[in-house]
Design a protein around this ligand. Structure first.
Ligand code: 4AD
Ligand code: MG
Length: 461
């Protein structure tokens, strides 16, 4: 068995609780060297053990039997340090570790790809497995982990049941034709393993709806896959989605939950990841914390698609430089249009509602006007859409006619039948988890929010 080390996180916890840190002496720490500065008689190692964003300063001197060797320890090396915690309230860091023993657990070879100086995010993307050793990704992946916890905390504490929907499916839930086919024998995909054509899921929604009509409130939270060729900063071919589904809720109730859950997650991260958020605010996107606090302070604006189109037409008249200036009711909005509405008109998060039925998915509730559906996308400055949601079509005949027209009824009879086996008004939505993380941290590229991002023509690790 390996000897258990103290973590830097636990030291800071004790400090916060006003405990006497020196009672923890002698102290053993294990971690990775960020920097090593040494002179003739004394040296300083900055060691990060991954337990929290902060590192610890290790002070060593000639008393070490291996002083000369320790002086040569390189950035990235793995070390175990034994010593005494010494409080340093007058210094930048509140305590340091005075080493009585430094053991090199894992040396680094010359080809270690991380440097002490600041490296570009593009460069770091090429060495994804080593990114977590950097400050930026140490902060990012920790916030990612906490954000997942925030999601579960919010939905579980509000009575939602967590459902694991399948990753392998025979349906294309969004009907957008962006599925990845799953095969074991490429020669005959139809008569393969399942005896039918199957793919990786694009959304757990269809599978989670029956659970909403049994438990009332449910959510699924897992990876989803889309053969999305769009090479943008916001599209990945594998991403995580949170999909709540609520019985006895219409679109307005649905938007209430969208807004409440997003605000909860923001509040949670601001409260639980202060060091990480301060880092993003300083080095990644200045003003991020202020932006998030402003989001918490105001209700999200709700605007209909039809009004959005009017606003966009006005903008074109005033000479706004859209790439696509052909604004027509019925069009699918481009990211530049969504961003104009959320950034220039609303200046904050908003819901755009009641889209033309032709540009939205088949399962959305048709409005009384016969032209639009009860859908709401949540748009945020800097990004555009982070949530897509809708009230579901609960009228059997209307839904059947739509599905028959699309030709996707076969295999989805169970989904259609929900409308005649105790159906009710129900709604749900899908939050792009990676996009939410981008919004909260200010990180501008989805490739920098996922540990191993997958985008078209790009799968290195
Ligand atoms: O708007 P979408 O396609 O909606 C659905 O999938 C519904 N079934 C959700 C539901 O009602 N249960 O996707 C939902 C969200 C988008 O708003 C976006 O944030 C994210 O998923 N998303 C992507 N994120 C990263 N890369 C992609 N290629 C994405 N496609 C969608
Ligand atoms: Mg959408």
């Amino acid at each position: 068995m390996q000897e258990k080390a103290t973590t830097i996180q636990s030291l800071f916890e004790s400090l916060k609780a006003n405990e006497d840190l020196t009672k923890k002496n002698p102290c053993l720490l294990k971690g990775w060297v960020r920097t090593n500065r040494s002179s003739k008689a004394i040296g300083f190692l900055e060691v990060n053990d991954g337990s929290c964003f902060k590192s610890i300063q290790v002070v060593y001197d000639e008393k070490l039997a291996n002083f000369a060797e320790v002086g040569h320890i390189l950035t990235g090396a793995c070390v175990a340090v034994r010593g005494e915690i010494v409080l340093t309230p007058e210094m930048k860091q509140p305590f340091e570790l005075h080493a009585s023993e430094v053991e090199l657990l894992g040396d680094v070879a010359e080809d270690y790809p991380l440097q002490k100086k600041r490296m570009s995010l593009e460069y770091l993307r090429e060495i994804a497995p080593m990114r977590p050793r950097t400050n930026t990704f140490n902060a990012l992946y920790r916030v990612r982990s906490k954000l997942a916890l925030a999601v579960h905390e919010y939905f579980q504490s509000n009575g939602f049941v967590y459902v694991h929907t399948p990753e392998i499916t025979s349906n294309d839930a969004e009907g957008a034709g962006q599925t990845f086919t799953v095969i074991t024998d490429a020669k005959d995909p139809i008569n393969d393993f399942y005896g039918r054509k199957v793919s990786l899921t694009v959304s757990g929604q269809l599978h989670v709806e029956p659970f909403a009509l049994s438990f009332g409130k449910v959510y699924t939270f897992g990876p989803t896959f889309r053969a999305e060729k769009s090479n943008t900063t916001r599209h990945a071919s594998e991403f995580w989605m949170i999909e709540p589904e609520i019985a006895f809720a219409d679109l307005s109730d649905d938007m209430d939950v969208m807004e409440d859950s997003i605000k909860f997650c923001i509040r949670y991260i601001l409260a639980n990841c202060p060091d990480e958020m301060k880092f993003f605010d300083t080095f990644i996107a200045k003003g991020t914390i202020e932006k998030l606090e402003a989001v918490l302070a105001k209700p999200f604006v709700r605007m209909s698609y039809t009004e959005g189109i009017e606003r966009l037409k006005e903008a074109v008249k005033k000479g706004h430089p859209f790439e696509n200036k052909n604004i027509e009711w019925g069009m699918d909005l481009q990211s530049e249009h969504e961003r104009y509405l959320t950034e220039e008109v609303v200046k904050g998060p908003m819901f755009l509602t009641d889209y033309p039925k032709e540009i939205k998915a088949f399962y959305m509730k048709e409005n009384a006007d016969g032209k639009t559906v009860a859908a709401a996308d949540c748009l945020v400055p800097g990004e555009g859409e982070i949530i897509g949601g809708s009230q579901r079509e609960d009228n059997y005949d209307v839904l059947k006619a739509k599905m028959d027209k699309l030709g996707n009824t076969e295999g989805l009879e169970w989904y259609l039948n929900l409308r005649k086996w105790g159906g009710c008004v129900h709604s749900g939505f899908g939050i792009g988890f990676d996009r939410l993380l981008m919004y909260i941290t200010g990180v501008a590229n989805i490739r920098d929010t996922e540990p191993y991002p997958r985008t078209s023509s790009n799968l290195k690790y």
